[in-house]
Design a protein around this ligand. Structure first.
Ligand SMILES: [Fe+2]
Ligand SMILES: [Fe+2]
Length: 197
């Protein structure tokens, strides 16, 4: 189990992602994942998705933040995960994939909608499902920084039209500031640009 491989990780009695974050000194991440779970459930209500899957995806999505970024990279290399250049340069990008690994190994999650959404919540991916897009957007709307995100109004307006439109608006906003975009991000943006929205 991935969390057992790092001696510095504390193991709460209660095996939940929230307890994991709390017991490993991540109060800000805990507040963030709760806000994301709430926002993801709100999006579920608008788009007819399963609210419990959206809640679960929100609570799980950043749980691997208890692992140090350098360890994320060495774990991924040792376990033969194919890596893109962005992940090698910025190993914290791996937290989306490692949170999905942790969801399976530490919390017994088997739901493909949840695992897929967690695994691409930072970058999205081409042919994203409504669950992938709902979590991606919830993570950006309920971001983990102080104050309101600068793109909030634009993204919420687009979300009145469709999940795809909202993802595209956010990605076009953020694209200019990415020094080394993740392969999945590039493919997702290309997919959305060529999709009829
Ligand atoms: Fe994240
Ligand atoms: Fe997040």
């Amino acid at each position: 189990m991935i969390f057992n491989e790092f001696a510095y990780i504390a193991h709460p009695d209660e095996p939940t992602p929230e307890a994991m974050l709390e017991h490993n000194g991540r109060p800000k991440t805990l507040a963030h994942v709760r806000a994301v779970a709430q926002e993801c459930q709100r999006i579920a209500g608008t788009y007819g998705l399963d609210a419990s899957k959206c809640r679960m995806a929100g609570l799980l999505h950043d749980v691997s933040a208890v692992i140090k970024a350098a360890d994320m990279l060495s774990w991924a290399q040792q376990n033969g995960l194919p890596l893109c250049e962005a992940e090698e340069r910025y190993p914290f990008l791996l937290h989306q994939r490692l949170s999905a690994v942790a969801a399976q190994q530490a919390f017994g999650v088997a739901d493909e909608d949840v695992l897929s959404a967690v695994a691409c919540h930072t970058t999205l991916k081409a042919h994203a499902s409504p669950y992938d897009m709902a979590l991606f957007l919830a993570d950006k709307i309920a971001w983990d920084q102080p104050g309101e995100p600068p793109y909030l109004e634009q993204v919420l307006q687009a979300l009145d039209q469709s999940l795809e439109k909202a993802c595209l608006v956010y990605m076009e906003y953020a694209a200019g500031s990415l020094l080394c975009p993740h392969d999945s991000w590039v493919q997702a943006l290309d997919w959305l640009k060529h999709k009829t929205l």
